[in-house]
Design a binder for this molecule. Structure first.
Ligand SMILES: [Zn+2]
Length: 458
């Protein structure tokens, strides 16, 4: 056994099966032993958590839009990963669109890697993209190290990342099955949306926007993906599930052995359409935040495991694109930036409903790590894992203020919200990254490269 050079210990450490007092022994960047609280050596550095604080694996967020290169004015690696560090997130996977070029070719992937070099405060990996006509690129993108592939079934909002049709999927999905790559899907179909386009050109009433992105668009898209996954054997994952009506179909498919999983996001679990203020376009995202009853059924889907985990879908843009002066929900850019707030939002809501720290660690850490094949290295506190840790106080309450958010543009529907769960310290591979006041540089995050055995190298 390697000798530890750092021990981090506390009274409430979230381990795989239970929460217990424990000491975490770290050598270089890995956890070498998890021992009883009192089993510490006198020769190494000791970090002691407050008695009430939680020590949990660093959060893994597999749904983050960083937009660099090309739209760095929306968000960049420096600002996004600092925001991650303050939010206790130590691993994130960047989405293949909104940057220019998009990550739909090896050249696009190389542009991402070059742009991210020496700018990441946390470990960062990358999704590739499936767009019409790029099936021939998928194998080389996979070999280059993307963690899987994203597609849209509706227009994505940016011209350089067009959406796919069933015909395109029939070309790409057999190839993805052959590569054993995961296809992650923005599941809304255009048909039901086109049928509901309002006669109005603009609307400050949230209910008009909500009606324009009906649940059927999601439900029908998910039915299509279940059918195609069953036909081709491709592993499929539904991103940002908002329509709880689709949960029974997903569960049934899972029970029948279809390789389909789903995630949802903090904003669908916290907000409700009934109370979105008029003109408050910071609440706009696609698919939309839906009704209170729908939200509670998403919680039920998490409870029974149909929805595997919760990721931020951190999707920032300059404030002006939210059309704040007009308050126009139809014209505003859709997206909510919450990389930094995922822990307190999900904790505040889950503790109200009787969920535990073990549930929280599963949804925020271990299950997202598993999605991208990193379950033997990230997302848990255990021997052999990277020493990525977050120490946080579960009872402390704070008010969300724009100045405390480190991502590029401070516009947020969470502004003024009172949340529980304050991050005190974040460690990345054994190094203190955030001490409760500031993020420590220089940026020392690794760029994560997936290899064909679903492991990572750095
Ligand atoms: Zn997204």
């Amino acid at each position: 056994m390697s000798r530890a050079d750092l021990v981090i210990r506390g009274r409430r450490v979230v381990l795989a099966e239970h929460v217990a007092a424990a000491s975490i022994h770290i050598h270089n960047d890995r956890i070498v032993r998890v021992a009883d609280y009192d089993q510490i050596s006198s020769t190494c550095e000791l970090v002691e958590a407050d008695p009430d604080s939680i020590i949990m694996a660093g959060l893994v967020d597999t749904h983050v839009h960083i937009n660099e290169p090309g739209r760095t004015e929306w968000e960049g690696f420096l600002t996004a990963t600092q925001s991650a560090a303050v939010g206790g997130v130590t691993t994130l996977i960047d989405m293949p669109l909104n940057s220019i070029p998009p990550t739909t070719s090896v050249a696009g992937f190389n542009a991402k890697l070059a742009a991210a070099e020496n700018k990441c405060y946390v470990d960062v990996g990358f999704w590739g993209g499936v767009v019409p006509g790029n099936s021939g690129e998928l194998s080389s993108l996979k070999n280059a190290g993307v963690f899987g592939f994203k597609c849209f079934l509706v227009p994505s909002g940016v011209d350089e990342f067009p959406h796919v049709t069933e015909t395109d999927l029939r070309e790409a999905m057999p190839e993805l099955a052959r590569l054993d790559s995961l296809l992650i899907v923005h599941a809304e179909l255009p048909g039901p949306i086109e049928n509901r386009i309002p006669a109005l050109k603009s609307a400050d009433d949230y209910s008009i926007f909500l009606a324009s992105r009906p649940r059927e668009a999601e439900n029908d898209a998910i039915d299509l993906m279940i059918r195609l996954s069953r036909e081709f054997g491709t592993r499929v994952h539904i991103v940002h599930l908002s329509s709880a009506d689709a949960i029974p179909a997903i569960r049934k498919a899972q029970d029948e052995g279809v390789k389909i999983t789903a995630e949802t996001c903090p904003h669908y679990l916290h907000f409700e359409s009934e109370t979105v203020p008029s003109g408050a376009t910071e609440f706009k995202c696609c698919p939309p935040i839906r009704e209170r009853d729908n939200r509670e059924r998403l919680w039920d889907g998490l409870n029974d495991g149909t929805i595997a985990f919760i990721v931020s879908d951190h999707s920032p843009c300059p404030a002006v694109m939210k059309l704040p002066e007009r308050g126009d929900f139809l014209g505003a850019w859709g997206g909510i930036a919450s990389l930094q707030l995922r822990l307190p939002v999900v904790w505040s809501e889950s503790r109200k409903r009787g969920f535990t720290l073990l549930d929280l660690a599963k949804w925020l850490c271990s299950e997202p790590a598993k999605q991208v094949g990193m379950e033997d290295r990230k997302g848990s506190i255990a021997e052999g894992f990277d020493a990525d840790l977050v120490i946080w106080n579960p009872d402390q309450q704070f008010e969300v203020t724009p100045n405390a958010l480190l991502h590029r543009h401070k516009i947020s529907p969470y502004r003024g919200e009172l949340l529980q769960g304050v991050v005190q310290k974040t460690f990345l591979r054994g190094r203190k990254l955030y001490d409760g006041r500031e993020v420590k540089g220089p940026p020392a995050g690794n760029l994560l490269i997936s290899n064909s055995k679903s492991q990572i190298s750095d």
